[in-house]
Design a protein around this ligand. Structure first.
Ligand SMILES: [Zn+2]
Length: 123
C-alpha cells in the first residue's frame, strides 16, 4: 500500500493523482519501486556474504582441525639413554601450512561477517 507523500492518504498504485489533495503520484510510485529494488539488491548481497562467511568458516575450521590432528600424528618419542625425547616428523610442516591456511580462511569469514553487518545497517 502506498501513501500520498503530501497528505498521507492511502492510494492505489495505478493512481496518478492523490484523490484527496491532487498531488502528482508517479514520482512517489517510482521512488518506492527504486527503494524496493535497492532493498532486493542489498538482501541478495547479504545472502552472498553469509554463504561465503559460512563456507570459509567451515573450510577454515576443517583445515585448522585437520592440521592439528596431522601434527599430533607426526609426534614420536625416542629413548636416548633412558630419557624420552620428543621429536616431530618434518612432514608436520604440512599441518602447520594447513593451520595457517585455516586461519586465513577464518579471517576471510570474519570479513564477510562484517560485510553482512554493514549491508544490514543499510536496510
Ligand atoms: Zn494527497
Amino acid at each position: 500500500m502506498n501513501y500520498c507523500p503530501n497528505c498521507g492518504n492511502k492510494i492505489e498504485t495505478n493512481q496518478h493523482y492523490c484523490p484527496s489533495c491532487g498531488q502528482t503520484l508517479i514520482q512517489a510510485v517510482n521512488q518506492e519501486r527504486e527503494q524496493n529494488n535497492e532493498i532486493k539488491r542489498i538482501k541478495a548481497k547479504m545472502k552472498e556474504a553469509r554463504i561465503n562467511e559460512i563456507t570459509l568458516a567451515l573450510f577454515g575450521g576443517l583445515l585448522i582441525g585437520g592440521g592439528i590432528i596431522f601434527i599430533l600424528q607426526r609426534i614420536f618419542t625416542v629413548d636416548i639413554f633412558d630419557v624420552k625425547v620428543v621429536f616431530i616428523d618434518n612432514a608436520a610442516i604440512g599441518g602447520v601450512v594447513a593451520i595457517i591456511l585455516g586461519i586465513v580462511c577464518c579471517a576471510g569469514a570474519s570479513d564477510y561477517g562484517n560485510k553482512y553487518n554493514e549491508l544490514e545497517r543499510k536496510l
